[in-house]
Structure formats: structure tokens, C-alpha cells
Design a protein around this ligand. Structure first.
Ligand code: AMP
Length: 277
């Protein structure tokens, strides 16, 4: 496994491989990230993982400075998975003095995470596009955990004709349903217990859907009522949206729906979602 921190050296190393899968991450790896790496290993001749805590996708009052980092541990995990290339640049390598070009995907970036975190998807789209240009992957692997991100990246690829195929992988969860996230490490034991309310709310609404409920407001209310019962949970949004446009639905139609929510447990902001087929 080669660990590379400059764009020039990465381009040289990449040239030795044909088909290449890319797993972009912000590090502090867990089993969710590793499920993407395994899928990429199974489907591609070679695999590259990027580790980069991207400053442009964090708002001024967000957790950029305290975002958890453990490069040695991450590298050991990636080595054990048989990853070929790791790209772990410093911020100044990606955003040198004078950097001034950003990608604005529009439409699907306006609601949900985009409304709650202004500028977030501008930072995501910009860094993902740069990583695609540097890494030149055949396929790129993303988690369903960040559902809106997969919609935004797919739209950018279509709009800009980028020669990359997106593969979306299922959300990996703890046995009690909590979606794995690097941010779970912020939670105290009591908050960790309370955090199961996200997946419980989604499961409750999903069950209503499976029993035949198609009124989207009823599904949103089903999530709200579980969340209201958890005193440590502060709801930011609850959504039942069209899976392609991300517009809120009145009725769930043949395209199904994306149920998603963002909840603060203490100071920690958690997101989760489930796709209704
Ligand atoms: P991050 O390091 O949080 O930027 O995540 C890197 C990639 O891993 C993104 O595509 C995430 O959607 C994905 N990911 C994060 N958590 C999970 C999870 N619990 N299950 C599956 N994929 C995940």
C-alpha cells in the first residue's frame, strides 16, 4: 500500500493501474467506511482511498477543528483490507493560496442538509470533483448514510459529464440500529443510548409504509412522535422526500421516498435515512 500526500506523486502512482475504485473519506475509519472499501475491492482491479478532512464543507461554527483524526489507525485498517493507494493530502495541497473555483450543483443542494448547513454541498462537490480529477477513478463508492450527498455527486457527474460511475453502498449500523459515524465518538454513554432514537423513528415510519400508509405527512408525524419522546433529542428536520428531486412529498408514489432526519443529541449533530422502495 502506497501512502501519498501530493497530487503530482499520486498522478504518477495512479498511472500504473488501469481500472481503479475510489473511496473518498474524512478518515477516523469505521466498519461503514470499510464496507465501501470491500465493495470496491470486489468490483475493481485496484482501490484508492482518500483521507481528507475537507475544510470547505464545514461551516464556521462546525466541528472542523475537533473532527476526530487517527491516521496511523486508519492506515493499518486500509492495509489490512488490501488497499493499493492512499491519498492523504494536507489542506494546502488541495486549496493552495489563491484557490477560488467552486462547484455549485444547485437544486438538490438547497434542502435538508443544504438548508441546515449553508455551503456544505458547495464544499463537497468541489472536493469530490477535485478528487475525481486527481485520482481518475473508474468507479467511486459512497454510503447511503449520506443520501443527499449521493444525489448531489450523481447530479454533478451528469451535469459535467465526468467519466465516473457512482456506487451507493448500504448504511452499516450498530446492533441497536445506530448508523456508524465518526461523530458517534462525541457522544457520552447516556447520549449514545438516546441516539438510537434516529433509527427507531425511521423504522417506525418504514413499518407504517410497509403496512400501506402512503400519506407522507403521516410518515413524517410517525418519526416526529418517536423523536418527541426522547428528551435528549433536538430535531433539526424530518423529511419524506422524492428520492430524485428531494422535494417534500404529499403522497408517496411509484418512485418511493427518502425518509431522512437530522437530530442534535447534546452538541452532536447526527443524520440518518432510509429509502422506501
Ligand atoms: P465520511 O468519512 O463521513 O466523509 O464518510 C466517507 C464515506 O463513508 C461517505 O460516502 C459516507 O456516506 C460513508 N459512510 C459513512 N458512514 C457510513 C455507514 N455507517 N455506512 C455506510 N457508509 C458510510
Amino acid at each position: 500500500m502506497e501512502i501519498i500526500d501530493t497530487i503530482a506523486a499520486f498522478r504518477q502512482a495512479r498511472a500504473r493501474f488501469g481500472e481503479l475504485g475510489l473511496v473518498p473519506t474524512m478518515g477516523y475509519l469505521h466498519a461503514g467506511h470499510l464496507s465501501l472499501v470491500r465493495r470496491a475491492k470486489a468490483e475493481c482491479g485496484a482501490v484508492a482511498t482518500s483521507i481528507f478532512v475537507n475544510p470547505t464543507q464545514f461551516g464556521p461554527n462546525e466541528d472542523l477543528e475537533r473532527y476526530p483524526r487517527d491516521m496511523e489507525r486508519d492506515l493499518a485498517l486500509l492495509r489490512a483490507e488490501g488497499v493499493d493507494l492512499v491519498f492523504a493530502p494536507a489542506a494546502a495541497e488541495i486549496y493552495p493560496q489563491g484557490f477560488n473555483t467552486f462547484i455549485d450543483v444547485g437544486g438538490v443542494t438547497e434542502m435538508l442538509e443544504g438548508a441546515a448547513r449553508p455551503g456544505h454541498f458547495r464544499g463537497v462537490a468541489t472536493v469530490v470533483c477535485k478528487l475525481f480529477m486527481i485520482v481518475q477513478p473508474t468507479r467511486a463508492y459512497f454510503g447511503q448514510k449520506d443520501a443527499q450527498q449521493t444525489v448531489v455527486v450523481s447530479k454533478m457527474i451528469r451535469d459535467l459529464n465526468l467519466p465516473v460511475e457512482v456506487v451507493v453502498c448500504p448504511t452499516v449500523r450498530e446492533p441497536d440500529g445506530l448508523a456508524l459515524s465518526s461523530r458517534n465518538t462525541y457522544l457520552t454513554p447516556e447520549q449514545r443510548q438516546a441516539a438510537t432514537v434516529l433509527s427507531r423513528a425511521l423504522t417506525a415510519a418504514q413499518r407504517r409504509y410497509e403496512q400501506g400508509e402512503r400519506n407522507a405527512e403521516t410518515l413524517r408525524e410517525a418519526m416526529h412522535s418517536l423523536l418527541a419522546a426522547e428528551p435528549l433529542a433536538q430535531v433539526e428536520y424530518v423529511s419524506a422526500a422524492d428520492p430524485l428531486t428531494l422535494h417534500e412529498l404529499e403522497v408517496v408514489g411509484p418512485r418511493g421516498a427518502l425518509l431522512s432526519l437530522a437530530v442534535r443529541i447534546g452538541a452532536t449533530r447526527l443524520i440518518d435515512n432510509v429509502a422506501l422502495e
